[in-house]
Unconditional design. Structure first.
Lengths: 449, 318
C-alpha cells in the first residue's frame, strides 16, 4: 500500500457532446455463439490491418497447420498473418479489399482436420517488452474495427505515463453483439487479459466501459472484477455508460470515462490512457495461455435479409457467402450487404470477399431497409452541429467541400472528423454529409502536397 | 454483380424529413389558428387560406419557371403562408394578403435559391413590405368578436401597444392571455402560442434557446426601464415572433451560443424600438435585423473542434 497513489474511480461517466440515440436492434444478444466448421478453402489477404501489407512466406504446395505464419512484414506498423485452417496452400493470388486496395492473398485448401501447427507454444511473458513481442507474434490487431496493430499500441514510449486502461465494451453500433457475446462467453479471459496488461504495463487503474443496454455484461464482469483475489485493492471496475452512439469511439470513450480530452492529432496515450477492445484483451489472455494466434473471429450475422441471424466464430479467410449460407442463407433477395455496422460499415459489391481480422459483423438488408431517402436541400436545422461528437459543423463542411476551399475546411477542423455518421443519421434533409466530408479531407490532403 | 446497392455510410437514418418537421410546425400553429378563428371570426380563416394558397402557388410556379424540382411537398410554403396571415390584421384586403404571399415566396425565398437559402424570414419581410405599401390597411385593427357584434369595419380599435404608447389603460391580463385584444390575427392568443411552442419543444423540432433568450431579454430590459414586463410580453407580436419566427431554421444561427446571441439581440432591438422608437411594435424589425447578422454571429460562435481547445492552452502555457 505504501507509496501508492490513491486512485479515484468515476461514479458516473463524464459528459460528452452530441451523439444520437440510434436504435439498438441487438437481436442476437441472447444467442450463444456457434462455431462454424472449416470451409473447403480459405482466402487470406496479406493486409488485414492498418499499416504495411505482409508478404506471403509460404508458396503453392506447402502444407500448413492452424496458426502457422503465412505472411509477415519487416515494417514496424504491421502484423503477421497466420493460416486459419490446416491443409495445403493452393496458390498465391490477388484480391480486392472492400476499401478498394488490391493485395496478395494466400489460398489454402482445408483438409478439414483443423490440425494446429506443431511448433505453437505459449509465449513467455515476464515484462512489458515480452508483452509487446507476444502481441506482435499473435497477429493481434484492434478488433473493434479499426485494425491497428496491437503491438504498436501496447509499445507505449517511456515518456508517456499510462495510468488508466480502458476496456471498450461500448459496442454502440446497432445490430452488432460480437463484443457482447465475447464478454459473456469469455468473461474470465477478459479479466485475466485485463490483469496481465495492467500488471505488465504497470497501469494503476482499469475501467471496463459498458453501455447500459448490456446489463448482463455489467453484472457478469462486475462480479468477477470484485471477487478476484488477484486484485485486492479493487483497481478494476466496470463503468456503465449511457447507451448513446458513438460512445465506443476512442476519443469519446476516453472523455466519458476519465473526463480527459485527447488533443487533436494526438493519441489516448497522450492523456495517460490505453484503450483496448474487449475481444482484443480476451484474445491476448487466450494467446498467452495457448499460443494460438489470431485465426478466427466472432461475427454477428444479422439484418432483414438473413434467414437465421446469429453470432458465428469463423476461420479468417472464409468467404462471406459461406458464412451466410451457414446462417441459413438469405431469407429474401438482399439489396445491400454491409461489412460492419450500419453507421460506419462498408457496403460490399459482392459476397465473395473473405472475412478479415477486424471484421465484427456482416449485415444483409432487403428491400426498404437498404434504401436511403433522396437528399433534399439543407434547411439549416442545426441537428448535425448539435450531434457532432467532435464539435464540428458538418453542414458547413459540406458547403466548403462543394466550393473546394481547403483553407476554410482546415479552419473548420475537417480532419478531426472520425466519420461516425451521426450527422447524416440525424439530417432531416438526408444530406450525404459523411461522403462530403471524406471528399473535403481529400481536398485538404491534395492542397497540402 | 449490380444487384447490391453500394452507398457511403451511414446506412441508417433517423427517419425525420423536412416535410415531417414542417408538418409539426403546422400542428403547432393549429391552436393559434383555432384561436384566431374564434376571436376574429371566419374571415381570419379566409385570410389564412388566401395566403397559404398564394404561397404554395407562387412556390409551384416559381420552381416551374426556374426549371427546378418541385418543392411544395416539403410544406414549408404552407408554414410561410400561415405565418404571414398571422401577421396581418383580419380586415386586410384579400388581394393585399395574396400579394404578401408572392413577395414572401418569390422575392425573399426563391430568388435566393429556395428553402434553406433565404437570408431573412419570408413571412416577416412580406409583412414589412405590406406595412410600407399599405400602411392604413395594415394598421386598422378590428376588435375581437366584432363579427358577432356588427359589421366588419364598424368596430375598429387601437392595438394595446398603441394604447401603451398613448398611456391609455390596457385590457386585463386575463384578456391579454386569452387574446381578447386588437392585433394581428394570429398574435393575440398567448395561451395558444405557448401551447404550440411547448409542442415544438416536446417534439424536438426547436430548442427553446431562442424564445427564452428573446422573451427573457425583453422582460429584463422593460423591467429596468420601469415598464411592465408582463404587458410587453403579452402584447404585440412578441410570443408569435419569439416562438415561431425567430426560430426559423434557415434564418437563425446553427450554434447554441449563436442562438443565445441571436435571441438576446432580438430582445434588445424589440425593446429599443418599442420604448424609444417611433413605431409601436418592433418584433418584426428586430428579427429581420438579427437575420441579417446571422452569418457574422455564426462565424464568431463557431465551436472549437474536439481537442483543439487544449492545443491552444498548451501553446499559451509554453
Amino acid at each position: 500500500m505504501q507509496g501508492k497513489v490513491t486512485l479515484t474511480f468515476p461514479k458516473r461517466p463524464s459528459r460528452t457532446h452530441g451523439g444520437a440515440g440510434v436504435p439498438h436492434r441487438k437481436n442476437t444478444a441472447a444467442m450463444e455463439s456457434t462455431v462454424m466448421p472449416p470451409p473447403e478453402q480459405v482466402v487470406i489477404p496479406m493486409q488485414q490491418h492498418i499499416g504495411a501489407p505482409c508478404k506471403p512466406t509460404v508458396k503453392a504446395g506447402d502444407l500448413v497447420g492452424v496458426g502457422q505464419v503465412i505472411g509477415d512484414s519487416e515494417q514496424y506498423v504491421s502484423a503477421p498473418i497466420h493460416a486459419s485452417v490446416s491443409g495445403k496452400v493452393l496458390k498465391i493470388t490477388q484480391v480486392q479489399l472492400p476499401t478498394g486496395n488490391r493485395v496478395d492473398a494466400v489460398v489454402i485448401a482445408s483438409d478439414g482436420e483443423m490440425r494446429p501447427y506443431e511448433k505453437l507454444c505459449p509465449p513467455v511473458v515476464n515484462n512489458a517488452k515480452d508483452l509487446v513481442r507476444a502481441a506482435r507474434e499473435s497477429g493481434l490487431v484492434g478488433l473493434g474495427g479499426a485494425g491497428f496493430p496491437a503491438h504498436v499500441k501496447l509499445n507505449v514510449p517511456p515518456e508517456k505515463r499510462i495510468d488508466t486502461l480502458l476496456i471498450n465494451v461500448a459496442e454502440c453500433e446497432p445490430y452488432i453483439t460480437a463484443d457482447h457475446r465475447e464478454a459473456l462467453e469469455n468473461s474470465w479471459a477478459v479479466l485475466s487479459g485485463v490483469y496481465a496488461v495492467k500488471e505488465l504495463l504497470q497501469i494503476d487503474r482499469v475501467l471496463i466501459a459498458v453501455e447500459e443496454n448490456k446489463p448482463d455484461v455489467i453484472e457478469t464482469l462486475t462480479k468477477i472484477a470484485e471477487s478476484d483475489t488477484r486484485d485486492p485493492e479493487n483497481h478494476v471496475r466496470v463503468l456503465p455508460l449511457k447507451a448513446r452512439y458513438p460512445q465506443g469511439a476512442e476519443k469519446v470513450l476516453v472523455q466519458a470515462c476519465t473526463g480527459r480530452k485527447v488533443p487533436a492529432g494526438k493519441l489516448p496515450a497522450d492523456v495517460g490512457c490505453l484503450v483496448m477492445n474487449v475481444t482484443s484483451v480476451a484474445f491476448l489472455a487466450n494467446y498467452m495461455k495457448t499460443g494460438m494466434p489470431l485465426v478466427s473471429k466472432r461475427l454477428t450475422i444479422d439484418g432483414s435479409a438473413i434467414a437465421e441471424p446469429k453470432n458465428v466464430i469463423v476461420p479468417l479467410g472464409t468467404s462471406i457467402h459461406e458464412v451466410i449460407e451457414f446462417c441459413g442463407g438469405y431469407r429474401e433477395e438482399p439489396k445491400k450487404l454491409l461489412m460492419g455496422g450500419p453507421m460506419m460499415g462498408l457496403a460490399l459489391a459482392d459476397d465473395s470477399l473473405p472475412v478479415l481480422k477486424q471484421n465484427n459483423a456482416v449485415l444483409a438488408f432487403a428491400g426498404r431497409d437498404a434504401c436511403l431517402p433522396e437528399p433534399t436541400a439543407c434547411i439549416r436545422c442545426g441537428r448535425c452541429v448539435e450531434s457532432c461528437p467532435m464539435h464540428l459543423m458538418p453542414t458547413l463542411l459540406e458547403t466548403w467541400t462543394k466550393r473546394k476551399n481547403a483553407e476554410e475546411l482546415i479552419k473548420l477542423g475537417v480532419m478531426t472528423c472520425m466519420e461516425c455518421g451521426t450527422c447524416a443519421f440525424r439530417c432531416p434533409a438526408g444530406r450525404p454529409l459523411v461522403q462530403a466530408i471524406r471528399m473535403g479531407k481529400a481536398i485538404v490532403k491534395g492542397a497540402k502536397k | 454483380m449490380e444487384k447490391w446497392i453500394v452507398s457511403p455510410s451511414p446506412h441508417l437514418r433517423q427517419g425525420d424529413t423536412t416535410r415531417k418537421l414542417m408538418g409539426d410546425v403546422i400542428i403547432a400553429l393549429c391552436p393559434a389558428l383555432a384561436g384566431s378563428g374564434f376571436l376574429f371570426g371566419p374571415r381570419a380563416l379566409l385570410v389564412v387560406l388566401v395566403t397559404v394558397a398564394s404561397c404554395v402557388l407562387s412556390e409551384y410556379l416559381c420552381r416551374r419557371v426556374m426549371k427546378r424540382d418541385n418543392t411544395i411537398g416539403d410544406l414549408s410554403a404552407v408554414v410561410t403562408g400561415i405565418l404571414l396571415a398571422f401577421n396581418l390584421p383580419v380586415g386586410i384586403n384579400l388581394f393585399m394578403a395574396a400579394f404578401g404571399g408572392v413577395v414572401a415566396i418569390v422575392v425573399v425565398k426563391q430568388m435566393f435559391g429556395g428553402i434553406g437559402m433565404n437570408f431573412v424570414n419570408p413571412a416577416l419581410t412580406a409583412r414589412i413590405v405590406l406595412m410600407s405599401s399599405f400602411p392604413t390597411a395594415m394598421s386598422t385593427w378590428s376588435e375581437p368578436f366584432y363579427y358577432v357584434k356588427g359589421g366588419a369595419d364598424a368596430l375598429t380599435t387601437a392595438s394595446p401597444l398603441a394604447l401603451m404608447a398613448q398611456g391609455e389603460p390596457l385590457p386585463s391580463y386575463t384578456d391579454l392571455f386569452l387574446g381578447v385584444r386588437a392585433g394581428c390575427l394570429g398574435e393575440t392568443c398567448a395561451v395558444a402560442l405557448l401551447l404550440g411552442g411547448a409542442y415544438l419543444v416536446a417534439r424536438r423540432v426547436i430548442k427553446p434557446v431562442i424564445p427564452l433568450c428573446f422573451i427573457g431579454t425583453v422582460a429584463v430590459l422593460t423591467l429596468l426601464l420601469g415598464q411592465n414586463p408582463l404587458e410587453h410580453i403579452l402584447t404585440g407580436g412578441l410570443l408569435l415572433g419569439a416562438i415561431f419566427m425567430a426560430t426559423d431554421y434557415t434564418t437563425s444561427p446553427l450554434t447554441t451560443k449563436g442562438r443565445v446571441v441571436f435571441g438576446v439581440g432580438c430582445g434588445v432591438i424589440t425593446v429599443l424600438i418599442r420604448v424609444f422608437g417611433a413605431l409601436p411594435e418592433g418584433v418584426s424589425f428586430s428579427i429581420i435585423l438579427m437575420n441579417i447578422l446571422v452569418p457574422h454571429i455564426e462565424r464568431l460562435t463557431r465551436p472549437k473542434p474536439f481537442g483543439e481547445e487544449g492545443k491552444r492552452r498548451e501553446k499559451a502555457g509554453s
